[in-house]
Design a protein around this ligand. Structure first.
Ligand code: HEM
Length: 474
């Protein structure tokens, strides 16, 4: 009898504790008024609504419905973290300028664990370390390197890739563009040669990507678990490469890894693990970013033949104006491709490869009549501005010609595909040169048709079963 009473008592206590815990979950502590919103279900928050695919390139419904309900700044919980979502352009630009004072770079636990060693996250680098990383990337992928070294190399690899793609029945554009951009990037980073390497970094990175933005549940069978396993394999391969290079400095390749190894004397933070994770993060960016925009562009252009005609005219005019039509693409020619640049802008606008920029509040941040508590994650959904009808008339239409009329003062505040402030993308010009060179070779030597496939958003770009393209030599 008494055991029944104890059990009933314990259950009662558990119910009270659970009730309190759920109440605290729904109403987190705040030294002021929290922005409106919902914290979703205990533990999983609103993560599921955010990762449901949306079969349109438009802003993901997760954001659209909540903007309608709560306005441009609202609270939620994603991947077990309390978060504030902001689609307010002024507040976002303000936060980008307040880097290091009010906010610091921050990625969801899913990202952090994948790019982290023993709790020390490399993607969150600050101060002198951040300056070093930025300078190193710019040394190898910045304007001087592009103009003097990378542009002709890029033209060669694009020629080789398109020749191989056109020999096949069809190719999945995102996949082949990812290999192209990863292999070119990895060559600059550690002189990677896909043909002689025993490990395909393209395949490993594809699987790692699946785990990103998934729920961080590290048990066998989940995408996140598989992602961590693949991450470990790739990291041990990179460790081997770094060790080998350090043990044989005489094999100087002039790549980014050589520079980092030389800098170890004066930059004491450059431990072996640090170098490996730095290389890993840059590899990841080169793999995923440019290729997504190329895939969006090709898919959109396939349905807009008059835009393709205008691009071809521009690219053929470049050949006609040359003394030797077979000479390599020059920096001035790259700069002169006005309409191609418009197509790249329009593809960046619609592709929105970076769904949002993530930060963590260092201290309580007042905004309007609300307070964002210190420690909370803030997701600045800059991509929402790219679909604002106030700046981009009929925003869901792929219309590169709109850029002929857009005022640069309006776009400088409302078009931020490469972020802004002190953390603006260090690979922005490289990405633009990559895409322009790709289009130059494609439009002067090849044509293509889309066989099947579509792009969607979940909320990062998804390519479903793929977008298949048949390339033909002209
Ligand atoms: C279409 C292609 C790309 C897009 C749309 C893009 C977008 C971005 C964005 C939005 C940020 C800011 C992140 C933040 O503030 O949290 C960023 C940062 C960065 N990106 Fe890119 N990126 C692209 C390609 C690349 C490539 C190819 C590289 C490397 C070669 C690169 C290297 C970097 C680096 C190093 C940073 C950090 C800069 C810093 O913290 O100072 N990006 N990128």
């Amino acid at each position: 009898m008494w055991t029944n009473t104890v059990v009933v008592g314990l259950v009662g206590l558990l119910v009270i504790w659970l009730g309190n815990w759920i109440r605290r979950w729904r109403n987190p502590k705040c030294n002021g008024i929290l922005p409106p919103g919902s914290m979703g279900f205990p533990l999983i928050g609103e993560t599921l609504s955010l990762i449901i695919p949306s079969y349109s390139l438009d802003l993901h419904p997760f954001f659209k419905t909540r903007i309608q309900r709560y306005g441009t700044i609202f609270r939620t919980n994603i991947a077990a973290r309390p978060a504030i979502i902001s689609v307010d352009p002024e507040f976002n630009n303000f936060l980008l300028r307040e880097e290091g004072r009010l906010v610091e770079l921050w990625y969801l636990d899913t990202f952090s664990k994948i790019f982290t060693l023993e709790g020390e996250s490399q993607v969150n680098a600050v101060g002198a370390v951040h300056k070093y990383l930025r300078r190193t990337v710019l040394n190898h992928f910045g304007i001087v390197s592009l103009r003097e070294k990378l542009l002709p190399q890029l033209e060669q690899v694009v020629n080789k890739a398109l020749s191989s793609w056109s020999a096949q029945d069809s190719v999945e554009i995102k996949q082949v563009a990812s290999s192209l951009s990863l292999e070119f990037g990895a060559k600059q980073i550690f002189s990677y040669d896909a043909e002689s390497s025993p490990t395909s970094i393209t395949e490993a990175l594809s699987r790692i990507l699946n785990g990103l933005l998934s729920f961080p549940l590290n048990i066998p069978g989940t995408a996140y678990h598989q992602s961590l396993k693949d991450r470990n394999k790739l990291v041990s391969m990179l460790k081997g490469i770094v060790k080998e290079r350090q043990n044989s400095p005489e094999f100087n390749q002039g790549d980014m890894l050589d520079q980092i190894c030389m800098d170890r004397e004066k930059e004491k933070f450059l431990s072996e693990d640090f170098i490996v994770y730095f290389i890993f993060a840059i590899l990841f960016v080169t793999f995923e970013s440019v290729s997504s925009v190329i895939a969006v562009a090709i898919s959109m252009l396939s349905e807009n033949p008059s835009v393709v005609e205008e691009m071809i005219a521009e690219q053929e005019a470049i050949l006609k104006n040359r003394q030797n039509p077979n000479s390599s693409l020059t920096w001035d020619e790259y700069k002169s491709m006005t309409f191609t640049h418009n197509v790249i802008n329009e593809s960046l606008r619609m592709g929105n490869t970076a769904p949002g920029l993530l930060r963590r509040a260092i201290k309580d941040i007042p905004v309007k009549e609300f307070t964002i508590p210190a420690g909370w994650t803030i997701m600045m959904v800059t991509s929402a501005q790219h679909f604002s009808p106030n700046t981009f008339h009929n925003p869901l239409e792929f219309n590169p010609r709109r850029w002929k009329e857009l005022d640069s003062t309006v776009t400088s505040n409302n078009f931020t595909p490469f972020g802004g402030g002190g953390r603006q993308c260090a690979g922005a010009e490289y990405s633009r040169v990559f895409m322009a060179t790709f289009f130059h070779v494609l439009l002067t030597k090849y044509r293509w048709t889309k066989i099947r496939g579509n792009i969607f958003r979940n909320p990062i770009l998804g390519f479903g079963k793929g977008v298949y393209i048949k390339f033909y030599k002209k």
